[in-house]
Design a protein around this ligand. Structure first.
Ligand code: ARG
Length: 574
């Protein structure tokens, strides 16, 4: 059950009853979880928004609502309070919470409904460019996109994860020319991507100095696009080398795609797309180029085909949408890229709309992340460097694990260190509001007492060990046969947090913010540690002890599931 939804539906009915005759627009009455228990468990501010249409003071409306609620007996509500100018603070009945928690504790899905059943979402993420540096934008796209991918799947959506590789851009003319003139075969064998990048950079510099070189590069590109066998062969080789390199990163990050389709896949669909665009009167000729004028959408014009006849990025993206709609009929297409592409997405979404495309198109953008000095630079930064970042994460995590669990077998330590190191890098990214600029720091990413993956993983391992200890001490004990009891306030806080898992996950997906899930997990672990430090578990009397073991077990399950949804492993021991 989704508590927020259930409470919202109920509250809307109460408001309609109180304000008979006043039209209440959908979305006017919403109930949301409070951030602070001092204002109840849930809160509703609708009286404020409805004051004008109802021609009444907010506090009057709120009081009428309270009266009506007080007059009826409720299974779930303990009491309601009117606060300040007209806020309604709701307090849930503890016995009702326990009932819900009882169901959640035995449910492998922790009460999360499959709200996406029967719906399809295509997520376009990672999408690096062949033979060009995989920059930090691609890494963030990979980590954020993959977390969304996992969350959508969990909610029951059919997900198509599509890695839209940049394999058809102008870089190929330059690269082919570089390859012909400066190739170092040994380097290509030993470090293919570094060598391709070197060739690209060197040739690019030549092109900047000499128009002749630039012209030659253009000719190579034209030959490639026209199907010249030699250039096609080189192109295919570049792609294959790049993909192999990307694949090593994806494997380390445990990222899997359903499709890896480059821009080139849509090449043949560009001309028919253009015909549709022209026929619909969306674009017209301007100085030799074909340009979509988007005044109605208050957007600057978008070039669809350049004056030299080449199609550009927007054209490929429009053709890609048409192809995806025809092939998969998705309900939603989500793109994950850095903030610099916002205008591009607005423009080609507008063109799609004008073509009558109805699929929901969403651009999830994020700010760039700053990495420690020397780890990454776009100039020579590349996947090899990302490899080194991950190596360093694992090495630092290994030291941490050795310190925490010196007695663990070395082989197991290595496995755990991998989970912790990779988890730390991912979480450092996912725990931030995607749209803020963040600086990555090792201290923060690996902190044992801050908002980090190792902190959460360690919390999980301690919860797991509590279960083990219980089994050791009480081998015949059966906690699941004892009822849950809320004897201490912190137990109720934990119970409330657990029943909020479904609504949190749904909100994280709907707002495309994995950080909401990360925040939730961090708070959950923090509340658990207050519980664990202040409330006896194994030393408590029988019955209370089993209840607490069950509660701790439910927290552990939700924490593990939540971490996995962010693409982070939760080892049983650290
Ligand atoms: N390859 C692009 C880049 O590196 C990102 C592509 C994102 N996806 C898309 N359909 N435009 O900037």
């Amino acid at each position: 059950m989704i508590l927020e939804t259930m409470l919202t539906d109920w509250m809307r009915k109460v408001f309609s009853g109180v304000l008979e005759g006043t039209p209440i627009e959908p979305g006017r009455v919403v109930v949301v979880a409070t951030a602070d228990g001092a204002f109840g468990d849930y809160q509703c501010n609708a009286a404020m928004g409805l004051a004008r249409v109802a021609r009444r003071k907010p506090v009057e409306i709120a009081s009428l609502v309270k009266e009506r609620i007080d007059a009826a007996r409720s299974d779930f509500l303990e009491r309601v309070e009117v606060a300040g100018p007209g806020f309604l603070n709701l307090y849930l009945r503890t016995d009702w919470l326990v009932e819900i928690l009882d169901q959640i504790a035995v449910d492998v899905r922790h009460g999360v409904p499959r709200v996406g059943e029967g719906r399809t979402v295509l997520i376009d993420y990672s999408s690096p460019n062949v033979a060009k540096p995989m920059h930090i934008g691609h890494i963030r796209s990979t980590v954020i996109g993959n977390a969304l991918d996992r969350c959508y799947r969990y909610l029951g959506y059919r997900v198509i994860a599509d890695n839209h590789i940049g394999d058809w851009g102008t870089q190929f003319g330059i690269l082919i020319l570089g390859y012909r003139n400066f190739l170092d075969r040994d380097a290509l064998r030993d470090h293919p991507i570094e060598e391709l990048e070197r060739l690209y950079v060197k040739s690019y510099e030549q092109a900047r100095q000499s128009t002749e070189w630039m012209d030659q590069a253009r000719q190579e590109l034209v030959k490639l696009q026209a199907g010249d066998p030699e250039n096609r062969r080189l192109w295919a080789e570049f792609i294959q080398l790049s993909l192999a390199e990307f694949e090593t990163i994806y494997r380390r990050l445990d990222v899997k795609f359903d499709l890896i389709r480059g821009e080139s896949y849509y090449h043949d669909q560009l001309a028919p797309m253009l015909a549709r665009v022209m026929e619909a009167g969306i674009a017209r000729e301007s100085e030799g180029a074909l340009v979509a004028f988007l005044e109605e959408e208050k957007l600057p014009p978008a070039i669809v085909r350049k004056s030299d006849g080449a199609f550009n990025y927007a054209a490929t993206d429009v053709a890609t949408v048409l192809s995806r709609v025809a092939e998969f009929n998705p309900d939603r297409i989500v793109y994950v890229t850095d903030e610099r592409q916002q205008l591009h997405f607005k423009q080609f979404f507008a063109i799609c709309r004008r073509l009558g495309v109805t699929v929901q198109l969403e651009h999830v953008w994020f700010g760039l992340m700053r990495l420690p000095e020397g780890t990454f630079s776009t100039r020579q930064g590349n996947v090899i460097k990302l490899d080194r970042l991950l190596d360093e994460a694992e090495a630092r995590a290994a030291a941490l694990v050795k310190e925490l669990t010196p007695e663990m077998e070395p082989e197991r330590q290595t496995q755990v260190a991998r989970a912790v190191g990779i988890g730390a890098v991912k979480y450092a990214d996912l725990s931030q509001n995607p749209q803020s600029l963040v600086t990555f720091s090792w201290d923060k990413a690996l902190s044992m007492n801050g908002n980090s993956a190792p902190y959460l993983q360690y919390a999980y391992a301690r919860m797991a060990s509590l279960r083990d200890k219980y089994r050791e001490r009480f081998p015949t004990g059966k906690p699941e046969t004892f009822p849950l009891q809320m004897t201490e306030p912190v137990e109720r806080v934990l119970a409330l947090a657990l029943v909020r898992f479904p609504e949190t996950l749904i909100r994280a997906v709907e707002s495309s913010k994995p950080s909401l899930l990360a925040d939730y997990l961090y708070n959950l672990a923090g509340t658990y540690s207050t519980f664990y430090q202040n409330v006896p578990v194994l030393k408590a009397a029988e019955g209370v002890r089993e209840s607490r073991v069950r509660l701790g077990g439910a927290v552990a399950d939700v924490l593990r599931t939540g971490l996995n949804l962010l693409g982070i492993e939760a080892p049983e021991r650290i």
